[in-house]
Write a protein that binds this ligand. Structure first.
Ligand SMILES: Cc1cc2nc3c(=O)[nH]c(=O)nc-3n(C[C@H](O)[C@H](O)[C@H](O)COP(=O)(O)O)c2cc1C
Length: 355
């Protein structure tokens, strides 16, 4: 009996398996509107057997975009552009999620394959970014520190985007609190030097994240699962630690989060990460603490047996993969084949099931 292909129940959702597609920015939206690319890209993973597909970091306000090409949910046209994609995912038997995001001081940058690097000048459509404190990410423009009204607007924007996501039909909402983006910038003492109620103690640094969890849970109601992605270490001296992450995970769960999606890094350019297969699994296991908090593991989990072992070890409740799905959009079908798991295949692909 495969753990990877056993269903998982959270609130009103039954995930058909525990091999999930991690959110991945495609830098292919136009004015925040998702395109035909996103439709094909995301629906292929559903055909490929994914249990859950979380759509890319989607900006809750225009100034929260990593690049000009990010997807958004700050208006209703953007919501309507997502709807057929959600339908396509559902038609193929998978669960649809979306990651709500604000890039903070890492906003207004060039997309990866642009000719330029770093912050986009205003002449090219860039903007002044915002952050907890006026401290730049190395090589990027200096952000403006958010005032209290600005913080309130961030919370409202997450809630408004969550409303649109639910209305577009998404089954799962994920708050992006990782990878050095705005909410992570508040969590880490390396980027948050505030001396008000949003800075200093862990309780203060976590205040914005928990306000966002509260606001999004309010919109999600009782039925919709809410995930929070966190970077469980900054991989840098003086940064956010795994010990702090376990406390924040506890708090987020008490505020209505259902699963902590444990990633790491992204806050500072001078981070030092030791990367190896499953390198973030120990962090997930730390945050999970013997199953007290449901967590997912992510990061160089690329094989069926490896994913199965993470679950068997009790390190996580579910597995996200990113790049392996880009190499093989039918990763879950292949994994089921390798593990001999009896799953339901798309009838069109049934002949590939056994031999
Ligand atoms: C093309 C690409 C885009 C990504 N965009 C996001 C994103 O929007 N949000 C996020 O939380 N992580 C993002 N990530 C990180 C992945 O979700 C994942 O955590 C990371 O790639 C490690 O998993 P992997 O080794 O299975 O690829 C991205 C990764 C890739 C390769």
């Amino acid at each position: 009996m495969s753990l990877l292909f056993s269903p998982l129940h959270i609130r009103s959702v039954t995930f058909r398996n525990r091999l999930w597609v991690s959110p991945m920015c495609m830098y292919s939206a136009v004015d925040g509107l998702v395109q035909e690319w996103h439709h094909t890209h995301l629906s292929q993973f559903a055909s490929g057997g994914a249990g859950l597909i979380i759509a890319e970091a989607t900006a809750v306000v225009p100034e929260g975009r990593i690049s000009l090409r990010d997807a958004g949910l700050w208006n209703d046209d953007q919501r309507d552009a997502w709807t057929p994609i959600v339908t396509a995912i559902h038609d193929r038997g998978a669960t649809a999620g979306i990651q709500l995001a604000h890039a903070g001081r890492k906003a207004s940058t060039w997309w990866p394959w642009a000719q330029a690097r770093g912050s986009v000048p205003s002449a090219d459509g860039g903007w002044t970014t915002t952050a907890p404190s006026a401290i730049a990410f190395e090589g990027f423009a200096v952000p403006a520190a958010l005032d209290l009204e600005g913080i309130d607007r961030v919370v409202e924007a997450f809630a408004a985007s969550a409303r649109r996501a639910v209305d577009a039909g998404f089954d799962v909402l994920e708050i992006h609190g990782a990878h050095g983006y705005l909410l992570h910038q508040f969590l880490s003492p390396l980027s948050n030097l505030r001396d008000d109620e949003y800075g200093g103690s862990l309780e203060n640094r976590a205040r914005l994240l928990l306000r966002v969890v509260d606001a999004v849970r309010d919109i999600a109601g009782d039925g919709v699962p809410l995930f929070v992605r966190i970077s469980a270490t900054d991989h840098a001296d003086g940064g956010f630690t795994a010990e702090e992450a376990t406390v924040v995970g506890d708090w987020a769960t008490a505020h209505g989060a259902d699963l902590i999606d444990v990633s790491s890094g992204g806050l500072v350019a001078h981070q030092r990460i030791d990367v190896f297969p499953g390198y973030q699994v120990p962090l997930a296991e730390t945050v999970r603490r013997g199953g007290r908090i449901p967590v997912s593991a992510v990061g160089l989990i690329t094989a069926a047996a490896q994913a199965e072992q993470v679950l068997a070890d009790g390190a996580a409740d579910a597995i996200f993969a990113g790049r392996e799905w880009l190499r093989d959009p039918h990763f879950a079908l292949r994994a089921a084949h390798e593990l001999g798991a009896a799953i339901s295949w798309p009838p069109q692909y049934e002949r590939a099931r056994w031999r």
